[in-house]
Design a protein around this ligand. Structure first.
Ligand code: HEC
Ligand code: HEC
Length: 350
């Protein structure tokens, strides 16, 4: 029960409360005034340019050097060695042999395998080939079949190089496979090869944003890849100095890089040119957002009605339905991916 004494004790507390309240109101007024009188422009634009020009993240997450490729000086001076060297040349300068004006024939677009498999497939986490020999033939969910190295190479010719595959058994196919197998020299089946494939990249807590990605592209990619993503041809015109990122000369929408996560993980460890997995130049958000922007631009279409015969095995970021879950194609393309992953886990672990 409240007595007069109690109320008298409450009085100083009330004063303190009122003082605090007054201070809070004053602070609010200062913040509002600062907003009104501060630099003009919508907050959204500031966020965009900030992200686009943000400096590289501090190095240090990856101290371990990638598994090195065998020394090319050790390729034997035999017929088998000649085949391996030819395979390496085909990977590094694909367009000169198989491009639109290629010396072997016109099979693929003007790009090289090496444009995406850096340093002829040997750079750490830049789509590196070192584990291929030890892991193929392998069951791939995209086709629902066991695939040998030839099928995997043919896939990149049809999709990433938006062309047609050289025949199995052709001198070129045999050479590329021989080179990839040589890269796997001494790597037994099942051994972990640090540096193959892509670098891990955490999901953002939001959808990847093509609008922000556009600003990242302008700040960090356009100088080489061109304002329209068209790339820059070499002077003789048979191949690119800087490969295209979209448009008719680029990879098609059936290619691995068309998935936003593949693109983001590739560029995080490899772009702008000169970056590496242990010295990245993009923040995680920049990598995701620029991936969303580039993969929103026009590019060749490849009908792939037979891909992912089991739709429950479609990757989280596969941008074409139908899906086994109820998330939209847009969310599957750009995220946020955590809710999709959580839903898939709950299906798999009832
Ligand atoms: C536009 C980029 C691009 C180009 C060009 C490209 N690839 Fe690929 N390649 C990829 C991506 C991305 C993957 C991984 C796909 C995935 O994980 O879904 C891949 C995967 C592979 C793999 C399987 C690697 C593994 O560890 O499973 C092989 C082998 C391969 N490519 C060979 C080639 C060859 C040979 C060429 C040239 C004829 C080529 N690629 C051109 C993007 C490209
Ligand atoms: C200094 C020039 C330069 C800058 C800047 C640069 N790139 Fe590249 N990029 C290259 C070159 C050169 C290659 C091909 C590498 C090779 O063949 O060895 C390449 C290849 C690529 C590829 C794979 C091939 C293709 O065309 O699809 C992608 C994807 C890519 N860059 C994305 C980006 C993104 C995104 C940025 C900005 C964050 C960027 N690059 C900034 C020079 C650059």
């Amino acid at each position: 029960m409240n007595t007069t004494e109690d109320r008298a004790q409450e009085l100083p507390q009330l004063v303190r409360l009122l003082t605090l309240l007054a201070a809070a109101v004053a602070l609010l007024a200062v913040v509002v005034l600062a907003q009104l009188l501060g630099p003009a422009g919508p907050a959204q634009v500031v966020a965009v340019t900030d992200e686009a020009t943000e400096g590289p993240p501090p190095p240090g997450s990856y101290h371990r050097p990638a598994t090195p490729a065998p020394d090319t000086a050790l390729i034997p001076l035999t017929a088998a060695g000649r085949e391996i060297r030819y395979g390496r040349a085909l990977v590094a300068r694909t367009a000169a042999y198989l491009g639109p004006r290629g010396t072997v024939g016109s099979y693929t677009n003007g790009m090289n395998c090496q444009n995406c498999h850096l340093q002829a497939g040997t750079q750490g986490f830049a789509n590196n080939y070192l584990a291929v020999a030890a892991t193929y033939p392998k069951l791939r969910a995209r086709s629902g079949t066991a695939e040998g190295i030839e099928k995997r190479v043919a896939d990149c010719m049809k999709r990433s190089l938006n062309g047609r595959a050289v025949p199995v058994g052709s001198r070129e196919m045999r050479a590329i496979v021989a080179y990839i197998q040589w890269l796997g020299t001494g790597i037994p089946k099942g051994k972990e090869v640090y540096g193959t494939g892509f670098v891990p990249l955490p999901y953002l807590n939001r959808a990847a944003d093509p609008q922000i990605g556009k600003a990242v592209f302008a700040a960090k990619c356009q100088s080489c890849h061109g304002a329209a993503g068209q790339g820059q041809l070499l002077a003789h015109g048979r191949g690119y100095q800087y490969p295209p990122l979209w448009g008719p000369g680029s990879y098609n929408d059936g290619a691995g890089l068309f998935r936003v996560s593949r693109f983001a993980r590739f560029v995080k460890a490899a772009m702008p040119f000169g970056a590496s997995f242990d010295h990245p130049q993009l923040t995680d958000a920049q990598a995701w957002d620029v991936a969303a922007f580039v993969n929103s631009q026009p590019r060749p279409h490849l009908p792939t009605p037979h891909d992912w015969p089991n739709i429950a095995q479609k990757p989280i970021d596969y941008p074409f339905g139908p899906y086994a879950d109820s998330f939209s194609a847009t969310q599957h393309k750009f995220g946020p991916f955590q809710p999709i992953e959580a839903a898939q886990l709950s299906i798999k672990q009832p």
